[in-house]
Structures are given as structure tokens and as C-alpha cells.
Ligand binder design. Structure first.
Ligand code: CP
Ligand code: NVA
Length: 344
């Protein structure tokens, strides 16, 4: 008797999305186009459900509002079902390995979303799964956020993407900053990161962005001068100063490093353009209506951390359009992966 291997393919299944760079420029833009079509179809009441009978497992090691809801709503609108596996309540990582989990879920579902800490975990999951695996954020990368952000920029900045200047100001080492640097470079944009030296993207990420920018004709640069970075920019983007999984004790240090990098009206005005947009992946500490916002005021005397409330709520702010676009772009990811003939 010969034992047949449980799994035959090597590498992630077709239709997987682990990083922007692995997806590549053309596939990335194809997904953004599909998302725009799906968004219009939904608006006009002519959406066609193409995922009837399909199932998607949603693994979350970390908290989420947008990513979880976007997957659940997108799947439901397309006729698919989802199962949420949160930080508690499943065997993942405690009594059952990632490899075994990948095999089990592949027998039951058509796709797996994973949000977690180490990027290696989503890679391991994809390595052992027979179905597409989608990265819903790791400590290193946030590719589904990038699809939503690029769709938003296409909707709000009246220029070809290649001519758009996109500036991230704040913690330049985090997942969102790294993803912006690589995505902007890959798409031929003029992408800039303003962060203090201690919080700039690691050298390997800067080198990847530089190589992608050379290939696309774009520009990717990192500076510690926020005013220089935003000069002439079309978009100012920021994210939280302390990301999920970081210790609460880093707040003191982060505030002293990033105080000069808060997005205030003067920084938006320093673009020199009346049309400059403000973006944020959310959630945001911009007022005292959260426990964290109250703590930032009590401890540091700041109303809002990474962005002031007047910028966040200004007419230049596209933050809720971005949040909506998470759903349309994630719908494009699952529809493309689960219906394209080449992915079967
Ligand atoms: N932007 C984003 O990923 O939001 P959630 O953490 O709410 O999913
Ligand atoms: N950098 C943030 C992004 C949240 C969507 C975090 O990882 O917590």
C-alpha cells in the first residue's frame, strides 16, 4: 500500500494575497479595477452574487472592526458564508499547529483570511493550505488596506496614480507605513515617509521600495523632516503611534519621538496645495471620546495623538471613504480568487 501525500502543491494557492510585492503591480491594479466595478454594481443595485455555496474562514489573533466586517459583509453580499475564529475559542496555536489547521480548514472552506502577529505565521498557513490565504494584517504588512487606499486615492485625487505624491507621517516602522512605501513605489507613485530616525522603515524594506521605484519609474524616499516630506504632496497619511501587539510602556517614548510629527492643520497647509487630502487606516486617536484618547490627554496633555481632531473631521479627510472601500476591495480579492479559472 502506498500512502498518497495529503498535499501536492508547493507555495501559496493561486489567488492568495500575502504581500503587495508578491501580488505585483498588474494584479494589484486589476483588483482595484474590479473593486471599483463591484462598488458601482452595488450602488446601482445590479450586483451579481458569484460566491454562492462558498465558505471562508476568518482567523483573527488580533482585534479588528473594519477587516472582519469587510470580509463578512463582502462574503454575504456575494452569497458566501464565513466563520470567525477569534483570539480565543479555537485550538489554533495552542493544541493545534498552523500546518494542521491549514489542512483542516482547507477541507471545509474555499479560502482563509488570517490576521496576526508574525508574518511568518501567515506564510506557514499559506504553505500548508490548499485554498487561497489572505493576509488581513501582520506586524509587517497590511496589503488589503493598500487596495482600499489606492482605490480611495483614485477616487479623490484627480490625477493618474503615477503622478500622485503620497506622504506617510508618523511611526515609519509599522505595517501600514511599510506597506505604503512598497505599494507607492510599485505603482510608480512619489511616496514619502516622514519619521524620526529611530522609527524609519528597516533597510530591507527601503531597499525593496527603491528597487520597485526604479522598475516603475516612481520615487520612494524617507526623511526625518515632516515639512519637507509633505511639500507638494497630494495625500498626507498617518496611523496610530503604538500598534497592536506593542507594549503599553512604549507610549512615553513614542510621544516624545513623534510629537513633532502630529498631523495638524499647519502640516496639511505645508503641502502648499489647497487640494491635499488626509487619510488614515483607522482606528485613530484624534479626540477624547475613547479610553485611549482620554489617557493621552491626561498623561501628555495632547488632544488627539497622531492627528488633531480638526484635521480628522475636516472636508479634506477621506477616512470613512477608505473604511467603506475596505469592503469593496476585499470583495474584489475573494471574488477574483474564488471565481478566476486560473485559480482552480
Ligand atoms: N484598518 C483596519 O485594518 O482596521 P481594523 O483593525 O478595524 O480591521
Ligand atoms: N498599525 C496599526 C494598524 C491598524 C489597522 C496596528 O497594527 O495596530
Amino acid at each position: 500500500m502506498t500512502l498518497s501525500p495529503v498535499r501536492t502543491q508547493a507555495g501559496p494557492a493561486a489567488g492568495s494575497l500575502l504581500t503587495e510585492a508578491a501580488l505585483g503591480r498588474e494584479s494589484f491594479l486589476r483588483l482595484v479595477d474590479l473593486a471599483a466595478d463591484l462598488k458601482a454594481a452595488r450602488r446601482e443595485g445590479r450586483e451579481v452574487p458569484r460566491l454562492a455555496g462558498k465558505g471562508i474562514a476568518l482567523i483573527f489573533e488580533k482585534a479588528s472592526t473594519r477587516t472582519r466586517c469587510a470580509f463578512e459583509v463582502a462574503a454575504a453580499q456575494q452569497g458566501a458564508m464565513t466563520t470567525y475564529l477569534g483570539p480565543e475559542g479555537s485550538h489554533i496555536g495552542r493544541e493545534e499547529s498552523i500546518a494542521d489547521t491549514a489542512q483542516v480548514l482547507s477541507r471545509l472552506y474555499d479560502g482563509i483570511e488570517f490576521r496576526g502577529f508574525a508574518h511568518e505565521t501567515v506564510e506557514e498557513l499559506a504553505e500548508h493550505a490548499d485554498v487561497p490565504v489572505w493576509n488581513g494584517l501582520t506586524d509587517q504588512w497590511h496589503p488589503t488596506q493598500m487596495l482600499a487606499d489606492v482605490l480611495t486615492i483614485r477616487e479623490t485625487v484627480s490625477k493618474e496614480l503615477r503622478g500622485v505624491a503620497w506622504t506617510y507621517v508618523g511611526d515609519g516602522r509599522n505595517n501600514v507605513a511599510r506597506s505604503i512605501l512598497v505599494t507607492g513605489a510599485m505603482l510608480g507613485m512619489d511616496v514619502r515617509i516622514a519619521a524620526p530616525a529611530a522609527l524609519q522603515p528597516p533597510q530591507d524594506v527601503q531597499a525593496l521600495a527603491a528597487a520597485l521605484a526604479r522598475a516603475s519609474g516612481g520615487r520612494a524616499w524617507v526623511t526625518d523632516d515632516p515639512v519637507h516630506a509633505v511639500t507638494g504632496t497630494d495625500v498626507v497619511y498617518t496611523d496610530v503611534w503604538v500598534s497592536m501587539g506593542e507594549a503599553d510602556s512604549v507610549w512615553d517614548d513614542r510621544v516624545s519621538l513623534l510629537r513633532e510629527y502630529r498631523v495638524r492643520p499647519e502640516l496639511i497647509a505645508a503641502s502648499g496645495k489647497p487640494t491635499t487630502r488626509f487619510m488614515h487606516c483607522l482606528p485613530s486617536t484624534h479626540d477624547e471620546h475613547t479610553e485611549l484618547g482620554r489617557r493621552v490627554l491626561d498623561r501628555y496633555g495632547l488632544h488627539g495623538a497622531e492627528v488633531t481632531d480638526d484635521v480628522f473631521t475636516s472636508p479634506a479627510s477621506d477616512v470613512f471613504q477608505q473604511a467603506e472601500n475596505r469592503m469593496h476591495t476585499i470583495k474584489a480579492v475573494i471574488v477574483s480568487a474564488l471565481t478566476s479559472p486560473e485559480n482552480h
